[in-house]
Every structure is written in structure tokens, then in C-alpha cells.
Ligand binder design. Structure first.
Ligand SMILES: [Zn+2]
Ligand SMILES: [Zn+2]
Length: 196
């Protein structure tokens, strides 16, 4: 057994990361799908608010959340690189893009023994901070999304993000609710409604 020293200063028996940092690595990897989801919500909320601004008249700059797009690209790129890297070591097939984060989280103990493990931990910490800066969530946040797309409803849709990070969208007119997986469709319906 060889005992290395983790970047945090604690002993790391037979690994690059100490047990605490290894646990942290697993938790952050498992959180990536939630991070991507929140970034998607932030992008959607920005786009909707900007659209609403345009209907009210006046020039509103196009929603251009290049910061979000870049962060999502970077996260996806890192996941892909690490999936291929780990798959080579474990002689497995690399996971599909949508499963990469969870696949890596399930192998976080193997990753903790990789000589670049602390670099990954640092990168994830950076990404995590960037997500928090963009999303900037208090425990529950109320986001004004925009006008209800239903022809006979003049209600307004709001989104609420709860502690559990579950997203609920509800129209205060017709009381219809939408879930996270319906965001894209709702966004399309809203832009069609604006065009009407
Ligand atoms: Zn450590
Ligand atoms: Zn409605």
C-alpha cells in the first residue's frame, strides 16, 4: 500500500484523492445533470423575459447567454474526455452523452486513483461555482416566464425552483402546469403565440 498526499493535505491511501475528496468527486459528478438542467432553465427564463420585453415595444437586445452556452459546452467536453479516458482504463464502452455524468459518478472511486483526479476535482469545483453564479438561487426562486400561449387565456406563467431543484411552471390564468421535460415545447408554443 502506498500512501500519497491528497491536494487537500490529507493522506490518500492507494489513490490520488483522499477519501473525503473522493466522496466530493462522486457527489459533484452526480450533480452535473442537475447543473445542466438549471442552466437550461436559466437560458429559457432569459429568452422568455426578453421576448416579453419585445412585445411590449421598444428595442430589446436578443437574448444572448453566451456564458451559459460556453459553460454547457465545457461541461460536455470534460464529461466526454473523462468518459473516454476511464473507459480505456476499465475496458468498457464509453457511455452515451446523456449518461456520461452518472456513468462517471458510478466510477468515481476508480477516477480517484487516476493521477489527474485532482485536476478533475478542481475543474468541477470551477464549473460548480460558475453554475451557481449564473443560476444564483436562493432556496426557492420565482421566475417570471411569460404570457400563457393558450389563445383564450390571458394569464402569465411563472416558474418556481424548489429546494429539491424541481421546477414547476404554472399559468396563473388557466392553472395549467408544465414540467421540466416540456420546456422546449412550451417555449415553441410561446413563440408561436407571440407571432399570432
Ligand atoms: Zn483530499
Ligand atoms: Zn393560461
Amino acid at each position: 500500500m502506498t500512501t500519497n498526499l491528497c491536494d487537500c493535505g490529507r493522506p490518500a491511501p492507494d489513490a490520488t484523492l483522499c477519501p473525503l475528496c473522493t466522496k466530493q468527486l462522486g457527489e459533484w459528478l452526480a450533480s452535473i445533470p442537475a447543473w445542466l438542467h438549471e442552466l437550461n432553465v436559466a437560458r429559457f427564463a432569459t429568452a422568455s423575459t426578453q421576448r416579453l420585453g419585445r412585445i411590449r415595444g421598444g428595442e430589446t437586445p436578443l437574448p444572448c447567454r453566451i456564458d451559459i452556452a460556453q459553460l454547457v459546452d465545457q461541461l460536455r467536453h470534460d464529461l466526454e474526455w473523462w468518459s473516454r479516458h476511464v473507459a480505456r482504463k476499465t475496458r468498457e464502452n464509453p457511455p452515451t452523452r446523456s449518461r456520461a455524468a452518472i456513468w462517471l459518478a458510478q466510477r468515481h472511486v476508480i477516477i480517484a486513483a487516476d493521477e489527474d483526479a485532482s485536476a478533475l476535482l478542481d475543474v468541477l469545483d470551477e464549473h460548480r461555482r460558475a453554475v451557481l453564479r449564473i443560476v444564483d438561487l436562493p432556496a426557492t426562486r420565482h421566475v417570471h416566464v411569460g404570457a400563457c400561449p393558450h389563445v383564450d387565456c390571458c394569464g402569465v406563467i411563472s416558474a418556481e425552483l424548489h429546494d429539491s431543484r424541481a421546477l414547476v411552471l404554472e399559468c396563473n390564468g388557466c392553472r395549467q402546469t408544465w414540467e421540466a421535460h416540456q420546456l422546449r415545447r412550451l417555449s415553441r408554443q410561446m413563440s408561436h403565440a407571440v407571432a399570432r
